[in-house]
Design a protein. Structure first.
Length: 484
């Protein structure tokens, strides 16, 4: 009753302001019967129907341990995205007569939720129905066999648009999916990487906005370098280039830009065999060429590449102070006050391609994103699959547009072209198995570490680390195979 009353108050507060953005984008496919009869009309009228069976679970408490994404909220707050999630949960609760409850863990303790599921599975205590877990923590735990194979949840349909296809491709191991990304995890969307550019500094220097290049498929690492080369300059004339005083072509944080540009350019050290298991693939020619382009952007152009935690804010502050043309970050970064309070307008574009032959833009999703997992000791797999699919589908129908149209776009972005770019960024989110499962492997971090040393020694670094990387990956694969 408390949630129903809170929902009524939320609707009274919001009125009809979200009528235009409360319905999901309609796919072009028609799913009706070929004879065009009554059933066909009904299906076409609701193309996003999840086709789930109806059930009454008698007030069951569906328990979720969540590291970042809030779920099972008790009341509305007036904050748009929060209330959209609240209404989503209430819709699923009323549909199946359940109560969605959660234990929310502050994001500093990113391994706590994974450990909670691990302990529950080991004890056979069935404490949780699902977990919204930190990507790296969940990836490290997935080979242990503590997560249920999502492919075996009958009512989950991974072909539907509310499941992230690139994540499924990257995290399917031997035909099994132990962790996945779905749009019910709003955090995963906001962790997509991007590049923001400053309208004022572009205008002052006669630089064309990169929107047309993005639309034409010509927004590449070379195009980015053409913008930033020879633009870093000593503003105060002291003969030194320093972040606190001077102007830069591009600015970034060392735990962001190396991955954004590398994976955005199609980089990876992993490929898949015919058996569906990952294997190390150095691909020296591609990785060397890709890194060389990143090196020119970050080192040759004298970018501001912050590596000291004490200077973390400087990576972004100088962009907001109009002392950098561009900044590399994730969409979540644009929600920070420093960007919201900027007097200067800015635009956002996806991470550039390696070259024009790359067919898609890739918006790398970093390890702080949330992933869905189900404990291996799930009590009722049928019920779990139905509820999770219902939550994902309801997010697509009623929350996703709020995320697009209000939280990401209208609230923080100030340009119609920029908001169009947001679609490209989110729809092309990219995931990497090696990054998530072997984050602590030094060779997997070669692009970050070489940039920090201002080194171009790619081939020898990868070859030197290949043996250890193969051993580490073999261990991961063996664990997956053993704990099917």
């Amino acid at each position: 009753m408390k949630k129903q009353i809170a929902l009524l108050l939320a609707l009274l507060m919001l009125g009809t302001s979200f009528a235009a953005c409360g319905s999901a984008e309609t796919p072009s496919e028609t799913t009706g019967n070929a004879d065009g009869g009554e059933n066909a009309v009904e299906e076409t009228a609701d193309p996003l129907a999840d086709n789930l069976p109806e059930a009454d679970y008698g007030g069951y408490s569906f328990r979720i341990t969540t590291w970042y994404d809030k779920v099972g909220l008790e009341e509305s707050t007036g904050e748009v995205l929060n209330d959209a999630i609240f209404r989503r949960d209430l819709a699923v609760e009323e549909r199946y007569n359940i109560d969605i409850v959660s234990e929310f863990v502050p994001n500093e303790d990113y391994s706590v939720c994974t450990q909670a599921i691990r302990q529950s599975v080991i004890a056979g205590s069935n404490d949780w129905d699902a977990g919204f877990l930190h990507m790296v923590s969940a990836s490290n735990a997935a080979p242990e066999g503590i997560f249920y194979n999502l492919n075996e949840l009958e009512h989950i349909d991974m072909t539907r648009p509310w499941w992230d296809k690139d994540c499924l491709n990257a995290f399917t191991v031997g035909g099994k999916i132990k962790i996945a990304s779905t749009i019910m995890l709003v955090n995963s969307a906001l962790r997509a990487s991007c590049v923001a550019f400053n309208y004022k500094t572009f205008d002052d220097n006669g630089i064309a906005y990169p929107y047309d290049m993005v639309n034409e498929g010509t927004w590449t690492l070379d195009a980015l370098y053409d913008i930033v080369k020879d633009t870093t300059r000593d503003l105060n004339g002291d003969g030194e280039i320093k972040a606190a005083d001077d102007f830069f072509g591009i600015t970034s944080w060392y735990l962001n830009s190396p991955y954004t540009l590398y994976y955005g350019g199609g980089g990876t050290l992993i490929s898949y065999g015919s058996d569906g298991y990952p294997m190390v693939d150095l691909n020296l020619e591609k990785n060397t060429a890709l890194y060389d382009k990143i090196y020119d952007i970050m080192v040759t152009s004298q970018s501001n590449f912050e590596t000291n935690m004490a200077n973390y804010s400087m990576a972004y502050d100088l962009f907001c102070e109009n002392r950098a043309h561009l900044v590399v970050l994730s969409l979540s970064g644009l929600r920070e006050d420093r960007f919201r309070n900027m007097e200067t307008d800015y635009g956002v574009v996806p991470s550039p391609k390696f070259d024009v032959n790359q067919t898609e833009y890739y918006s790398f999703v970093n390890g702080a994103a949330a992933m869905l997992a189900v404990p291996a000791v799930v009590e009722d797999a049928d019920r779990t699959g139905i509820i999770l699919e219902a939550m994902a589908a309801e997010t697509y129908r009623s929350v996703w547009d709020v995320l697009y149209e209000v939280t990401v776009k209208a609230k923080y972005m100030r340009d119609e072209q920029a908001t169009k770019m947001i679609n490209i960024i989110i729809e092309n989110r990219g995931f990497d198995f090696g990054y998530a499962h072997m984050y602590d492997n030094n060779t997997m971090q070669f692009m970050r570490d070489l940039l920090m040393k201002q080194s171009k020694d790619v081939a020898s670094t990868l070859e030197k680390g290949e043996k250890a990387m193969i051993a580490a990956l073999d261990k991961v694969v063996a664990a997956y195979q053993e704990n099917q």
